[in-house]
Design a protein around this ligand. Structure first.
Ligand SMILES: Nc1ncnc2c1ncn2[C@@H]1O[C@H](COP(=O)(O)OP(=O)(O)OP(=O)(O)O)[C@@H](O)[C@H]1O
Ligand SMILES: [Mg+2]
Length: 341
């Protein structure tokens, strides 16, 4: 970029300089002719005007060449992305997932991003429709990876992942993704209004439905307090909102999609205790209706989960409800003690 700017900083002044030389030439040589051979002054003025007419397209052409180079460089990168081989395909006889109830089963799933460095090792669990499954564990143990496997961003090395009893390998990818809403660890908002951001997955949603979703995600009052309400612009990547607001807007987005499976990746990391409570209420308002897979570092968020999995080094080391895990007196009980304050 710096090099391109340097070159363009030389290029444009050079074009200007050379065209100015022409003017000097006309004035100088024309002056001489007027003096020595009686050329009319009007002719010289006319010539100068012709000259500026002549230079306009030339400068235009120079700019055009520069723009073209820039566009070509951009196009090359876009084409690189378009040409990237797709690793995960629909199988030839893929079926559509219909009327999904939301049962998720991991059947001895192992997975590694890079050969030889296992991330998940023999993970098995079943999460019934409408239940909340919570994944807890230290950072880097593979929690986000588990959620990415459910949405089939990656293929497990061995084992099976089933939704309502269908191996997701045999399911049409777009129908799988239609049934899963994800609130990602790093929320993504695009530059637009808050309403547009919430309605991203269902552009046809009415303002009423958007407000309802915002209400369920506990963000409605804050949005209404903004000068332009739902038409407030979020800025590039949502820079004009706080971390907690962005997270609740993406929860509202997930709620509006009404998909039977909702994945919440650490949706409460960036918020204070009061907001965390509001988000917990938002999650609880979903529970029973959707299957929720929630990752949280704050154990209070997921206390009511029907099933809590403690992950360590890519395997499930503890499994049960809050009460059962407290009784087991292991990692979960220790973390719970630390966080009690
Ligand atoms: N795209 C990737 N390519 C290679 N390795 C990866 C990739 N994504 C994650 N990993 C590795 O896999 C392991 C598990 O990562 P994962 O994101 O699932 O952790 P996590 O439990 O979600 O952690 P956190 O609590 O910090 O979010 C980590 O060691 C990480 O370095
Ligand atoms: Mg993670």
């Amino acid at each position: 970029m710096l090099r391109a700017l340097k070159v363009s900083a030389i290029f444009h002044p050079a074009v200007e300089f050379i065209s100015s030389l022409g003017t000097i030439l006309v004035v100088g040589f024309g002056g001489y002719l007027a003096y020595a051979e009686g050329l009319q002054v009007e002719d010289i003025v006319a010539f100068l005007l012709y000259l500026s007419l002549f230079y306009q397209p030339i400068t235009g052409l120079a700019n055009l060449v520069e723009n073209m180079q820039q566009s070509l460089a951009g196009a090359e990168r876009v084409i690189d992305i378009l040409d990237a081989p797709v690793e995960i395909h629909d199988s030839p006889d893929a079926i559509d997932l219909k009327d999904v109830k939301g049962e998720i089963t991991f059947d001895h799933v192992s997975f590694s991003y890079i050969d030889g460095i296992p991330v998940l090792n023999d993970v098995s669990f079943t999460c019934k429709p409408g239940e909340m499954l919570a994944l807890v564990g230290a950072t880097g143990v593979g929690k986000t990876t588990i959620t990415e496997l459910i949405a089939r961003f990656y293929e497990p090395d061995s084992g099976r992942i089933l939704i309502d009893g269908h191996d997701i390998k045999d399911v049409n990818l777009s129908s799988l993704k239609q049934n899963i809403s994800m609130v990602l660890q790093d929320t993504f908002l695009f530059n637009g209004t808050i309403a547009e951001n919430i309605a991203y997955a269902r552009p046809e949603a009415t303002r009423e439905e958007i407000k309802e979703a915002a209400k369920a995600a506990n963000i409605d009052k804050e949005i209404e307090a903004m000068p332009e309400g739902y038409d407030t612009l979020t800025g590039e990547r949502g820079v004009k909102l706080s971390g907690g607001q962005k997270q609740r807007i993406s929860i509202a987005r997930a709620i509006l999609r009404r998909s039977p499976i909702v994945i919440l990746d650490e949706a409460t990391a960036a918020v204070d205790v009061e907001t965390e409570r509001q988000i917990r209420d938002a999650i609880n308002s979903l529970s029973g209706k959707r299957t929720i897979v929630a990752i949280a570092h704050r154990l209070s968020t997921i206390r009511s989960a029907e099933q809590i999995l403690v992950i360590e080094d890519g395997t499930v080391v503890e499994q049960g409800t809050h009460e059962q895990l407290i009784k087991q007196n292991g990692y979960y009980a220790r973390m719970n003690d630390i966080q009690k304050d």
